[in-house]
Write a protein that binds this ligand. Structure first.
Ligand code: NAD
Ligand code: MG
Length: 396
């Protein structure tokens, strides 16, 4: 199989290459992309020798080429439009969509429209364009497999008849009562509420269980990550409001669960290591070695559960409400959050202000339905503008 890894230098990208390297007889690397870490991309090209590498600028291309020996035949492409060129190339069988944020939308959609097997890590794409994205999957017959650990766990816990069409399934027809998304609660889950406002970016990025990119780490601390995942689950599994719940599970051993009408709850358990869902999605329906050790039940600590406190996680409630108020709300929330997280990582706003930026941007937004890509991108830009101006006025 020929694989295209968008966002190859990131946390998911590197884990994908690591799993692929365990099965060289199965997978060849066709194309990779990176945005800032050109040294990391050069290392990947030297080791895996993909046919193409996509970078954002001519300067990045020069920097990459200067680090590649003559023997490496990787062709370097410049500009974001080439992310879509490689993700939809006829040679490609599988696309790992692992760019972070809105930048991943167009190349992921291009892969969907070209009918590829799309391994979706980039949850923001689905949050921004839900119905349009799923309609494109239906139309092209692309195979959409969730990589996000929760959605991968849910997918694994579905009956195989439901797996074949989960984005259009009638959950009740399969005896499904509820989908239970679990989340660790992030690094601040046990801190006194009064200390939250002043938490630093370093503390927010120190996730207790998972090692991830900086943006998603902050999203885990606010639990907006779980909110984005809630929206992602709604589209991936065609859920209604009463079929979807969030549970805090600090140990991150259960990665999510499906509750059936007969009282059964089916959960997927494993180490908090993204190579497991990546290997599952790469191999589906086969299973093979991911490089991850099994759980050791003789060492297993307790598994505990608690509700997500509304005062601790205001972003989560914003996301749940946005999910049911339509596409403009989720697109707006996603854009505002990206701007807010950037500003927080840059120490221009406090941790508590992330939810304030999101709430103010949602309050200001025109919540009409968005049915075209142009309308979605316009809504995204308007939200970014508003959030940036809010931060200029109120940040420091
Ligand atoms: P990361 O920050 O480690 O890597 C992001 C990748 O995207 C890098 O390769 C970077 O070069 C590229 N990129 C960044 N901005 C870009 C832009 N403007 N244009 C083109 N490329 C750009 O992020 P990550 O943790 O690997 O997360 C990637 C995606 O997977 C996110 O959508 C995240 O929500 C999702 N995800 C990650 C994890 C995890 O464990 N890391 C788990 C579930 C889902
Ligand atoms: Mg997740």
């Amino acid at each position: 199989m020929q694989v295209c890894v968008l966002g190859a230098t990131g946390s998911i990208g590197k884990n994908t290459l690591a799993v692929m390297a365990l099965h060289p007889e199965r997978f060849q690397l066709f194309a990779v992309s990176a945005f800032q870490n050109i040294d990391g991309l050069a290392e990947i090209c030297r080791e895996h020798q993909p046919n193409y590498a996509v970078v954002p600028t001519d300067a990045a291309a020069d920097a990459l080429k200067s680090q590649l020996p003559i023997s490496v035949k990787t062709e370097v492409l410049v500009g974001e439009e080439h992310l879509s060129t490689v993700s939809s190339a006829p040679e490609v069988d599988v696309v790992m969509a692992a760019i972070v944020g809105a930048a991943g939308l167009l190349p992921t959609l291009a892969a969907v429209q070209a009918g590829k097997r799309v391994l979706l890590a980039n949850k923001e794409a689905l949050v921004m364009s839900g119905q349009l994205f799923i309609d494109a999957v239906r139309k092209s017959g692309a195979e959409l497999l969730p990589v996000d650990s929760e959605h991968n766990a849910i997918f694994q816990a579905l009956p195989s008849a439901a797996q074949q069409h989960c984005h259009s399934m009638d959950a009740a027809e399969h005896g499904i009562e509820k989908i239970l998304l679990t989340g660790s609660g992030g690094p601040f889950r046990d801190l006194p509420l009064a200390t939250l406002a002043t938490q630093s970016p370093e503390a927010a990025c120190r996730h207790p269980n998972w090692s991830m990119g900086r943006k998603i780490s902050v999203d885990s601390a606010t639990m907006l990550n779980k909110g984005l995942e809630y929206i992602e689950a709604r589209w991936l599994f065609n859920c209604s409001r009463d079929q979807l719940d969030v549970v805090v599970h600090p140990q991150s051993v259960i990665h999510s669960m499906v509750q059936y009408v007969d009282g059964s709850v089916i959960a997927q358990l494993g180490q908090p290591d993204m190579r497991t869902p990546i290997a599952y999605a790469l191999g589906y329906p086969l299973r093979f070695d991911s490089g991850v050790a099994s759980l050791d039940f003789s060492q297993m600590m307790d598994l505990t559960f608690r509700p997500a406190e509304a005062e601790r996680y205001p972003c989560l409630q914003l996301a749940i409400d946005a999910c049911w108020s339509g596409q403009a709300a989720t697109t707006t929330l996603n854009a505002a959050n990206e701007i807010a997280v950037d500003a927080f990582l840059d120490k221009r706003i406090t941790f508590a202000m992330i939810s304030e930026v999101c709430a103010a941007t949602l309050d200001n937004a025109q919540l009409s339905e968005l049915t075209t890509l142009e309308a979605i991108l316009a809504c995204d830009h308007a939200a970014r503008d508003f959030a940036s101006r809010w931060i200029e006025r109120r940040g420091h």
